[in-house]
Write a protein that binds this ligand. Structure first.
Ligand SMILES: [Zn+2]
Length: 122
C-alpha cells in the first residue's frame, strides 16, 4: 500500500481523494481519480477542495468521477483517460541541433537558436 496522500492545499490536512492535472496547452484542468504517483503538473485534493475547485479564467474543468464511492466498473477507463491526459501534459522533448551540420544535411532555416535541417537527396 502507498502511504496516505494528503490534500495539497495549504493548511489542509484532509486525505486526498482526487488528483487535479493541468493541461496548459489546452487550458484545461482535469480532476480525476487519485493518481498512482505524484507528478509535477498534478495536485492531490481532498473531497472538500475538489468540490470547491475553480479553474483560472478562460480554463475548462473536466471532472472524472471525483468521488471514489461513485466509481463503477468503468473506473479503468477513467483511469486510462486520466493517465492519457497526464501523458499529454508532459512537456514534449525539444530536439536541438548543436555543432556543425553533418555531411548530407543542409541548413534550410533558423528559428531562434534552433536550426531547421533537411537531408540532401540529390
Ligand atoms: Zn483540502
Amino acid at each position: 500500500m502507498s502511504p496516505a496522500r494528503r490534500c495539497s492545499r495549504t493548511a489542509c490536512r484532509r486525505p486526498a481523494v482526487a488528483t487535479l492535472t493541468y493541461v496548459y496547452g489546452d487550458q484545461t484542468a482535469v480532476l480525476g481519480p487519485l493518481a498512482t504517483f505524484a507528478e509535477p503538473h498534478a495536485y492531490d485534493l481532498c473531497d472538500e477542495h475538489s468540490e470547491r475547485l475553480s479553474a483560472p479564467r478562460g480554463w475548462e474543468v473536466l471532472r472524472l468521477a471525483p468521488d471514489p464511492d461513485t466509481l463503477g466498473p468503468s473506473s479503468d477507463d477513467l483511469l486510462a483517460l486520466a493517465d492519457a491526459v497526464r501523458e499529454a501534459a508532459r512537456p514534449a522533448p525539444v530536439e536541438v541541433a548543436v555543432g556543425p551540420v553533418p555531411d548530407g544535411v543542409r541548413e534550410v532555416g533558423r528559428r531562434g537558436h534552433l536550426r531547421v535541417l533537411r537531408g540532401v537527396d540529390d
